[in-house]
Design a protein around this ligand. Structure first.
Ligand code: GBH
Length: 503
């Protein structure tokens, strides 16, 4: 066991867990380390609105959300929560909820409207993020900044296909990152390069349900595109980690890494060796795809190489050197996690653009058992045991401290304000997932350093529009009034109490 892990294996752990059968009782007692920080997360396109205000350029999401026929539930985020114009009151709200960390993303096309390395900078865009960061710091809230949360500047997509052109994208992303470090790095101590590269690769360039919406029906090359996109993200990430370490870290003293998402997978039929292997394989294809190059500094997992063959790009020798150099500089593993699924080995031959390793996933196993109670999203089930196992899986494979950079759920019936505020389902979900973290730390020796709930407020849920509401604060999309839900008070009080007890 590493030093990090043994630090937490204190013998005197006395924890009261209030697990109960009902799914509406909050978890009251949580033991977490002194330096464990909690916060809330958002992303620029989902909350800012102000789509063309103050010189902002378009991103692929501005285009995608306006396609006819609509691919986004008939909705776009031109206004959304109007956070761009309501930011001061939103920061005050965060302070009133005791939020310690705020994870947000910068809209690339707000600070460089056309996105490219020779394109002009938009001072008003920079001023917005400067003001946001200053207000956070003034209230003692730590900013955690994501550079890329899915909103490629439209001009770069038009010029060269965005993430599909590795060399061009790398050069433009590096310039954008350098601008952000230069402008904001004196106050930002934690940086995330990319949010969920799996989702950008698969959902945006294979299934087509996220911008720019590449898919078989659109005639794009779904056999190779997703893997090319993933490759571009990995190399762009690596460049920027090395840039930060060489040029900025010595004076700015911050950390940098990436955020990976992933379900935990259980076998569909626990008695079937094929399904047990499928569950393991699915996680390697989902998480190992990015985790191995980033945190181990080496090639894609062997299972992927042999299955995908020439569909998977090669790392050139000098690129392998970069991966190796950058790996130990990734200071934390940013984990976005929501739920667990079952994996079943398929016997039929796979489609030629299969990306799973010929595996089917579901929320119900071979005995008809559901993996957990359903939220307002069918795939998002309450399954804290899977979360605890995933924390262990990541720790064992990568041995880097984990920060849970997103976790949360939408509840049924939240369009109605009274129902939304009395969000017992979410309180229970959050409590159980925090309890899983506590167990991972104290019983399994996993280093988990923080927890950011998704999301600070209800917002534009990509292709699902304003349907699902993930916020701990309710947003009335007519009046834009914010109302904290009880889960916000639950988190505030839980962490306040814990601090009170431990100090
Ligand atoms: C995160 O993505 C995003 O970072 C955030 O912007 C978003 O609002 C939040 O989660 C809530 O969705 O895999 O077929 O079962 C989560 C990406 C999208 C992954 C939905 C799982 C479920 C469909 N998730 N997806 S499936």
């Amino acid at each position: 066991m590493s030093q990090e892990a043994s630090m937490f294996s204190a013998a005197d752990v006395a924890v009261t867990y209030s697990h109960s059968l009902g799914h509406d009782l909050p978890v009251e007692e949580l033991r977490l380390p002194e330096d464990f920080g909690w916060g809330a997360a958002t992303a620029a396109y989902q909350i800012e609105g102000a789509a063309s205000q103050d010189g902002k350029g378009k991103s692929v999401w501005d285009t995608y959300s306006h396609l006819q026929p609509s691919r986004t539930n008939g909705q776009h985020a031109d206004v959304s929560c109007d956070h761009y114009n309501r930011m001061p009151e939103d920061v005050d709200l965060m302070a009133s909820l005791g939020i310690e960390v705020y994870r947000f993303s910068i809209s690339w096309s707000r600070v460089i409207p056309l996105g490219g390395r020779n394109d002009p900078v938009n001072e008003k865009g920079l001023a917005f993020y400067n003001d946001l960061i200053n207000r956070l710091v003034a209230r003692g809230i730590k900013p955690v900044v994501t550079l890329y949360h899915w909103d490629t500047p439209q001009a770069l997509y038009d010029r060269y296909g965005g993430l599909l052109d590795t060399a061009e994208f790398r050069a433009d992303f590096a310039r954008y990152a350098r601008l952000c470090f230069t402008q904001f790095g004196d106050r930002v101590r934690k940086w995330v390069t990319f949010n969920e590269p799996y989702i950008t690769s698969i959902f945006a360039h294979l299934n087509g349900t996220l911008a720019p919406g590449h898919c078989r029906e659109a005639g794009t090359d779904t056999k190779t595109e997703p893997w090319r996109v993933g490759h571009t993200i990995l190399l762009s990430h690596t460049d920027v980690v090395l840039m930060y370490a060489c040029e900025f870290q010595p004076s700015q003293k911050g950390d940098i890494s990436i955020v990976l998402n992933g379900h935990f997978y259980e076998p569909f039929d626990a008695g079937s060796p094929a399904d047990r292997a499928a569950a393991k394989r699915r996680m390697v294809f989902y998480i190992g795809w990015f985790g191995d190059p980033v945190f181990l500094g080496r090639d894609y997992p062997a299972e992927m190489r042999s299955y995908l063959g020439s569909r998977l790009p090669e790392f050139m020798p000098e690129e392998r050197d970069l991966l190796r150099q950058a790996a130990p500089l990734n200071a934390f593993y940013g984990m976005n996690h929501y739920s667990t699924k079952y994996a079943r080995k398929l016997s039929e031959p796979p489609a030629e653009d299969d990306w799973t390793g010929n595996i089917e996933e579901s929320s119900v196993n071979s005995e008809g058992k559901e993996v957990g109670p359903a939220s307002a999203m069918g795939w998002l089930r309450v399954a804290p045991e899977g979360f605890r196992k995933l924390l262990g899986w990541v720790w064992e494979r990568y041995h880097v401290p984990i920060i849970v950079t997103e976790n949360g759920c939408p509840c049924v019936g939240e369009d109605d304000l009274a129902t939304a505020v009395d969000d017992k389902f979410r309180q229970r979900y959050l409590g159980l997932y925090l309890d899983a973290i506590s167990r991972a730390i104290y019983e399994d020796g996993v280093a988990v350093k923080g927890y950011y709930v998704w999301s600070l407020m209800d917002n534009y849920e990509w292709s699902a529009g304003y349907g699902p509401r993930y916020g701990i604060v309710h947003v009335d999309y007519e009046t834009l009034k914010r109302t904290p839900k009880n889960s916000a008070l639950y988190l505030r009080d839980t962490f306040k109490r814990r601090r009170g007890v431990s100090s």
